[in-house]
Design a protein around this ligand. Structure first.
Ligand SMILES: NC(=O)c1ccc[n+]([C@@H]2O[C@H](COP(=O)([O-])OP(=O)(O)OC[C@H]3O[C@@H](n4cnc5c(N)ncnc54)[C@H](OP(=O)(O)O)[C@@H]3O)[C@@H](O)[C@H]2O)c1
Length: 242
């Protein structure tokens, strides 16, 4: 903590590609210290090496569903002097193509819930003492959490539960900023898995959802549900303070 302005630290899960990496790049640009993870070690190391050109970065390979990995993340947060932001971004789609609920293998559904719903809450629990006073918790959800899209019952219900966990956590912890944010459709690996036979090149890049997330992490919006790209439209012309 030798910087002139207070050093800000974010833990972003699933930052080896897609939205997590795009957000990590933007925060690195603003001088944040980063703690990142992903299961795939090679892609995570390549993200770490790129981000480390601009920022202090700790990369810890592992699965957010694994309690030992979550403790390692909490240790890193403590070593960094605490967190200004926890971004629960890591998520899995489940099978591709996605099965209808009546055919959904329940053991796979449990895996989806473990990664998308239980892991974010477990991380908040294990990190509760590492959250700085004005810390932001940002849980990345989806329109599939609220819309009855056919075939999206597994992933969608895991995100619906994450939405309501966030909603109630915010009510129980009025001192914290707890956001749930839908980034919108994005041209990422997960989106291609969701639409395996489609050309998804018309979908916006994840970078287009990042300014709205920065608004949540750096602004002073109340806890609640936000759509990342709508936030930017609402705040068009405003700048994000570093
Ligand atoms: N893409 C869309 O259209 C869309 C729409 C609405 C919401 N979202 C949400 O946006 C967020 C980012 O999605 P994305 O499209 O950027 O996905 P993505 O390209 O598949 O990236 C997911 C990231 O999370 C990591 N990850 C996945 N499971 C993990 C686990 N169990 N433990 C640790 N890391 C894990 C991945 O690396 P490894 O695989 O190596 O672990 C990767 O770094 C997700 O929460 C997703 O649900 C996406």
């Amino acid at each position: 903590m030798t910087e002139q302005s207070p050093q800000r630290t974010a833990l972003i899960t699933g930052a080896s590609r897609g939205l997590g990496l795009a957000l990590a790049r933007a925060l690195a640009d603003e001088g944040w210290t980063l703690i990142i993870d992903a299961r795939g070690e090679e892609a995570l190391e390549s993200a770490r090496a790129e981000l480390a050109e601009q920022a202090r970065v700790v990369a810890i390979p592992g699965d957010v569903s694994d309690p030992a990995h979550r403790v390692a993340l909490a240790d890193a947060a403590r070593d960094a002097g605490g967190l200004d932001a926890l971004v629960n971004n890591a998520s899995i789609l489940g099978p591709s193509p996605q099965p209808a609920l009546l055919d959904y293998p329940l053991d796979v559904l449990e895996e989806v819930y473990r990664a998308n719903t239980l892991a974010p809450l477990a991380l908040i629990q294990v990190l509760r003492d590492e959250l700085k006073q004005d810390a932001r918790i940002l849980n990345v959800t989806s329109d599939a959490a609220v819309e009855p899209y056919e075939g999206w019952g597994g992933y969608g219900s895991s995100k619906a539960a994450l939405e309501q966990l966030s909603n109630i956590l915010a009510a129980e912890n009025p001192n914290l900023h707890i956001y749930r944010a839908d980034p919108g459709d994005m041209r990422t690996r997960m989106h291609q898995e969701a639409f395996p036979d489609e050309d998804i090149s018309d979908r916006p890049l994840p970078e287009e959802s990042v300014p709205g997330l920065l608004e949540l992490l750096s602004g002073d919006l109340p806890s609640g549900r936000y759509e990342a790209r709508a936030l930017v439209t609402a705040h068009e012309g405003s700048t994000h303070e570093g």
